[in-house]
Design a protein around this ligand. Structure first.
Ligand SMILES: Nc1nc2c([nH]c(=O)n2[C@H]2C[C@H](O)[C@@H](COP(=O)(O)OP(=O)(O)OP(=O)(O)O)O2)c(=O)[nH]1
Ligand SMILES: [Mg+2]
Length: 131
């Protein structure tokens, strides 16, 4: 089975709101809400991939990112390992640079079912205020 390593950014502002983007209708996990991010390339560290993907997808330059864990999940025909980073420092203002819908949500109001299954354990930790 194909196995992807994915860098994922939990962009959190001073009011403890988190920036979400909606996945495209044509993509894997179509229409689910996600934390911006994407595949780690061969020659990259997870943090380098995070910075590149967040610039590409949201237009921000990440200045502070802290690793907060990983999640491994097997979908029907694809295995993913998500490398989560809490992003609390950046330059610019995140927006849906690739045309994807976006919104800020209070950390405690996140709803696990709106995300791909690989995110569910992390959402529980965020809602519980453990992060
Ligand atoms: N970005 C992101 N991907 C996630 C999350 N949860 C989750 O299961 N995934 C899965 C969906 C995809 O199968 C896989 C890769 O993410 P991606 O589609 O963002 O990768 P990418 O930006 O490099 O995509 P592309 O270049 O192919 O358009 O990770 C999440 O919260 N954020
Ligand atoms: Mg992506």
């Amino acid at each position: 089975m194909k196995h992807l390593q994915v860098a994922v950014g939990i962009i959190r502002n001073a009011s403890h709101q988190i920036f979400l983007a909606q996945r495209a209708a044509s993509s894997h996990m179509a229409n689910k809400w996600e934390f911006p991010g994407g595949k780690i390339e061969q020659d990259e560290t997870a943090e380098q991939a995070l910075k590149r993907e967040l610039m590409e997808e949201t237009g921000i330059e990440v200045t502070a990112a802290q690793p907060i864990g990983q999640a491994d999940h097997s979908y029907e025909d694809l295995r993913v390992t998500l490398h989560f980073f809490l992003v609390e420092g950046w330059h610019g203002e995140p927006w849906g640079k690739e045309g994807q819908p976006q919104r800020w949500v209070e950390q405690t109001a996140l709803v696990a079912e709106e995300f791909p299954p690989a995110n569910h354990a992390l959402i529980a930790r965020l809602v519980a205020g453990e992060i």
